[in-house]
Design a protein around this ligand. Sequence first.
Ligand code: ZN
Length: 504
Amino acid sequence: MTPADMTHAFRTGCACCMPRGGLSRRHFLCSTAAVAAAPAIAASAIEEAQAAPKRVQAGRPILIKGGCVLSLDKAVGDFETADVLIEGSKIKEVRPNISAPNAQVIDASNRIVMPGFVDTHRHMWQGFLRNVLPDGSLEDYRNVVQRTFGAKMTPDDVYAADYISALGAIDTGVTCVLDWSHIGISPAHTDACVKGLRDSGVRGVFAYGAGQNETGRVMEIPTAKYPGDIARLRKQYFSSDDQLTTLYLAALGGSPEATLSQFKAAREVGARISIHVGVGEFGRSALLEKLNALNGLKDDTTYIHCCTLNDTEWRLIKDTGGTISIAGYVETLMGHGNPPTQKAIDLGIRPSLSVDVETSVPNDFFTQMRTVFSLQKNEVWAKRHAGDKNPPKFVTAREVVEFATIEGTRANGLEKKVGTLTPGKEADVILLRTDLLNTMPINNAVGAVVTSMTSQNVDTVLIAGKVMKRDGRLVGVDMKKVAKLGRDAQARNYKAAGVPDKRI
Ligand SMILES: [Zn+2]
């Protein structure tokens, strides 16, 4: 192994590039050499950004040409320069020099091509309440967002919120998102959320939840049909799992018996489950131990946060095959507890990531990746500085990218369908610019994604083979209309909630 190879292996943490395995050209990264070989950067990036997005005709294959490809599939490998051929909704081939004369070409030079990010928990009904609570605690969130704004939301409001939140997700390269929809004040609210999610074109996992009211005793809402209405949803919207939106239950929790009856409602219609656990002091009730005593824990459940679970509960998640969702940014911000990345790794559980609430958290996944990356390292450093002779390993940038993609699909029940660039899987693909001032000149593809990029790098987004964003702009979305939709809903909701409609 040459010194250059050693540097590469160190930079990437790529196991196949470490000394024993030797350096594989495919398991690499976009090096400076790749950039040198790539076509010159467009004469004017500004002109390019201002030009109308290039249309891609439906029905013809799409060839993503000449990108730095991170397939994240070990069998496929990664490539400094390769192509991705998409036919219909699916990935047909991933390799260099694909010839497809009938295909429409998307030029991926100066782009990283990788699977879209996968969010496993976002309360999308809050889509027009972004950053309403930058300084709030968890208790403030419950009082302001849930019991003040949420309690007064109408179906039209939640449609707008879900739609805007989903478009925002797509815009930042999040191609799949679980909508943790605890705004089921009535079936009409629920239907409106499903519609908003579907109208956006995102790969949406709709997690049906209870409603909101002023008291927080949400099982007392007379118009809500939670959780039994999940049977209607299954019939009306989700009769097949082979579609872009799929069904989960957003379990409210409560007593072990109440929680279990919610789990049963989901399982009776074959829906997977997502539940918040281990949140602050409230999360120290050993709920998972009690549910386990009732045989309630199975491999169909994603546990969100998990910050204050006890060791027995962690072991139960592992032993029953559950998945977890870490919303690292909000957990540090609002008092949930430390994001349990290391705890999960110690048990052999690979976490997925989530935004949670846009009321306090940016909607992109770069923030999520950087949060767990730096916090896990900080935890390990603290152990080292304290004299720990056998500290855990530092998480690598590549592992964090996997948390943001493939592990998300596992938690969302979609790992066979998306999460890697694998022939036969559906084409949820993003192209990230490496020729902007925050990433140029590119040295390390995975490193650029995790440490340098922001939403401005998200150039092109495809979901199930459909181009949703091109040349930095959403395709087929009238931003003026979207802005009005959001503003109108916001004004209605502020008025209904009795909150002064002010920005300062
Ligand atoms: Zn949440």
